[in-house]
Design a protein around this ligand. Structure first.
Ligand code: KG4
Ligand code: ZN
Length: 339
């Protein structure tokens, strides 16, 4: 069966065809049109511009996805569309496009939670992966730990109380002169710096909680940069990247380890845009190796927002019979309730 996945929750318009055969999911096409160049001018995503760019791209992106997979709409078994959470105007473009396509062509439609989509990317790269497992989802908008008991059942057991890790990477990246989004550039630069050069607070909250707070480390880093500028002293951007990355990676790894201990889970999934971070991938590999825990990660190309992860998550919604009708609405909220 072919699943057409559509993603438009933030600044990537994406459509993908995933084939499901005996519960093995294979990506047949995954077209991603990034708006990064447009938003870079403003140093961040401008919601209204994002919605307009999705409208311009979505039809041709979907046509390309079908063409590259060598199928037509008549072959599609279900259409999966990101319905929440995300930017409301951006989501509405994908939801309305998906609804129109589904109902005009008599194809079942399934709504997908974007976060479940990020986790489902791990099934595409690890065909043997099956719940139960713990999922550490780290993206531009989220930093959470979930207990996943089935492909559609998630319980959040830890979360950031303020900013997300990706947002924190982007903010400091911008201040030290990286183009938006700074996450990937900081990843590379961190190899050239000394991770002990600057003392920064940990984003892991102390004690048994699995929660994080990134506002403290972000402010401390900005204060350090401002203080150096006021004293007329040069900063070494590579040292900033190395220290900042090390504190964030250490905190994420420590809380993932604590969550494994508290739940007794034997498999950890890392997902979300920040899952592409090479330091985080290595730190989790080392920790999981030591704890004899299986670590499953999406290929780096599937970590950022894409239609294939939405198609993968949509397949499980389809199996559950969670179909949407023409009343389907988008929601900016994590639980899909409310605008
Ligand atoms: O999941 P995603 O594509 O979008 C959201 O759902 O938010 O995540 C985007 C975030 C951005 O903050 C970006 O800077 C970050 O993922 N990111 C990285 C890396 N690649 C992307 N952060 C750290 N290291 C990377 N290699
Ligand atoms: Zn995302």
């Amino acid at each position: 069966m072919y699943i057409l996945g559509i993603e438009s929750s933030c600044d990537e318009t994406s459509a993908s065809v995933v084939e499901a055969e005996n519960d093995v999911l294979t990506v047949r096409s995954n077209i991603v049109a990034s708006q990064i160049e447009i938003h870079r001018l403003y140093g961040g995503v401008v919601p209204e511009i994002a919605s307009r760019a999705h409208i311009e791209a979505i039809t041709s992106i979907t046509e390309q996805a079908l063409e590259e997979a060598g199928i037509t709409l008549a072959d599609v078994g279900t259409i999966a569309v990101t319905a929440f959470p995300g930017l409301i105007g951006a989501l509405l473009v994908g939801v309305n496009f998906g609804k129109s396509l589904a109902f005009a062509n008599n194809i079942p439609l399934v709504p997908v939670n974007h976060i479940h989509g990020h986790v489902a990317a791990a099934y595409l790269s690890n065909p043997d992966l099956k719940p139960p497992f713990l999922a550490l989802v780290v993206s531009g908008g989220h930093t959470s730990i979930y207990e996943v008991t089935s492909p559609t059942e998630f319980r959040e057991i830890g979360a950031t109380r303020d900013d997300a890790a990706g947002e924190a990477f982007d903010k400091v990246g911008r201040v030290i002169g990286m183009p938006y989004p700074g996450g990937a550039a900081l990843d590379k630069l961190a190899y050239e710096g000394d991770k002990t050069a600057i003392t920064l607070p940990s984003p892991a909250l102390s004690g048994d909680t699995l929660d994080f707070s990134f506002s403290g480390i972000k402010t401390a880093t900005l204060n350090y940069l401002n203080g150096m500028a006021q004293k007329g002293q040069e900063i070494n951007p590579a040292d900033v990247a190395a220290c900042y990355t090390d504190r964030i990676v250490t905190a994420l790894t420590a809380k993932a380890e604590l969550a494994l201990k508290q739940t007794g889970m034997k498999t950890l999934v890392l997902a979300g845009g920040v899952a592409a971070n090479s330091h985080l991938r290595q730190a989790l590999l080392t920790m999981c190796d030591r704890k004899k825990v299986c670590l499953a990660m999406p290929d780096r190309a599937l970590c950022g927002d894409n239609g294939a992860m939405i198609a993968a998550a949509g397949y499980f919604q389809y199996l559950n019979g969670n179909f949407a009708d023409t009343s389907l609405n988008a929601s900016a909220c994590d639980d899909g309730q409310g605008i």
